[in-house]
Design a protein around this ligand. Sequence first.
Ligand SMILES: [Zn+2]
Ligand SMILES: [Zn+2]
Length: 95
Amino acid sequence: MSEYGVCTKCGLTVFAIQEICPSCGAETAPEPDSSLIEEWHEKREGVCCDCMAKGRVRRLVKAKGYNARTRIPEFRCVTCSDKKLAEIRARGVPV
Ligand SMILES: [Zn+2]
Ligand SMILES: [Zn+2]
């Protein structure tokens, strides 16, 4: 079972044991499929910031315990973004 839940009103991610949202007081629900929580930005035409390859690039914006919204956008090709994902996983983020 997932250890996270989500507020049915404001969408805040909460712990599964929290039945009431600490932010707005609404009920929480078990977390939906984690693929819905992950958020990717993808560009058809871009340049990979690691290997400078041109083409389809993407970046992970949001996942459980990971939020890159505030960072400078770093788009990577599929190969490099897979490497980066492995790095993020190594830090303990379940993506
Ligand atoms: Zn809420
Ligand atoms: Zn690359």
